[in-house]
Design a protein around this ligand. Sequence first.
Ligand code: HAM
Length: 421
Amino acid sequence: MQALRGTQDILPEDAYKWNYMESAIRRLCSCYGYGEIRTPMFEATELFQRGIGDTTDVVTKEMYTFTDRGGRSITLRPENTASAVRAYLEHKLYGDQQVHKLFYIGSMFRYDRPQAGRYREFHQFGVEVLGADSPAADAEVIALAYTLFRELGLKDLVLHVNSIGCGKCRPVYRQKLIEYFHEREDKLCDLCRERLEKNPLRVLDCKEEGCRAASVDAPKITDYLCEECQAKFEALQKYLTALGIPFELDPRLVRGLDYYTNTAFEIQYTPLGAQSAICGGGRYDGLVEEIGGPHTPSVGFAVGLERLLLALEMQGLIPAPVRPRHVYIAALGEDAVAEGIRIQQQLRADGVRADMDLQGRSLKGQMKQAGKSGADYAVIIGENELAAGEAAVKSMADGTQENIPFENVPKYIADKESGVK
Ligand code: HAM
């Protein structure tokens, strides 16, 4: 049996890298005042259909949807914004009229064609700010992502920013775009031709050669923004500049989910190739209403953690794991093992890694194992040591050995270690 295509195991030798990223994330979210939310891995399919949009690739082609034994249509979450909004409504968080700042880390599922940086089960860290209409909130979430990457040491990331307008100005732009692409329909791929009327903005984002070429002179959304959207977009740029965050205006950036309004942004790391977006997000002022709640302007983003990890590894930015002191206790016979277990328990309580044999090896075999495991000390309890009530404590680095009464072993090791390694 093998892990399914597009999924992967994270073994102990790599898990520390995930912990490293996640602790940086948690530290930063705490400074920015974001509280963690954990929502279920699966939800009613309708939530994503309504939230993400019926014509998006995610909903039409990529969802893991099944009927459960009760006959309900269930979907493994392809992203977490819709679920966060559902939870926000279900628990009436809007009731206190406050801005709610949430973050999450977890698995998402999309039936996509797997390749480097693109998986069927992948992990996102995301934030959602619910109930804030100021462009300062957009600037804050961008600053959070930017600061995370900077604190991790990443270089050569590019922030792309766009505004995709609102319910007032976007329809005018949509119409212009439909007219423009109708004149070039023969150059578009089948999918784009099909979705042109329903979702013309997606053509701008299509990776097909013909669609890209056809898009070159397409009208720009930023030329059609209403006064209010224009003012918000300018304010965001002013705040980003004040924060010292460099950005590129990218009028072709439209994002793949339908809930966005106004701000759309991505942070890209070009060496990742086709899957260069490490972080994507934007404002979604209509989503809470779409899901049945009060008008709640909101903004957020999600970072793909596999892609972040790839970028960190490419730039050699994952520090070696912190290694606690390590002691191997070699004991033979039940009485000696009982003494060993007592010492082991104390060492572990002191924060020392303490291992013992669990496979019935001889004392010689256990000592070999101590060497192999990279232990700093071996604590040996054979027949003679048991009789004397003292263990032989051997430094694996220089081979020196001393006999120490059982009860003093943890302290002896602690004293030796303070100031060493
Ligand atoms: P998204 O752009 O679909 O946005 O995904 C965000 C990030 O998740 C991407 O930039 C990428 O790094 C990662 N990602 C997406 N699909 C895959 C995949 N198949 N394999 C590996 N990584 C992937 C969202 O999901 C929105 N919910 C973000 C958001 C939050 N907008 C507002 N709030």
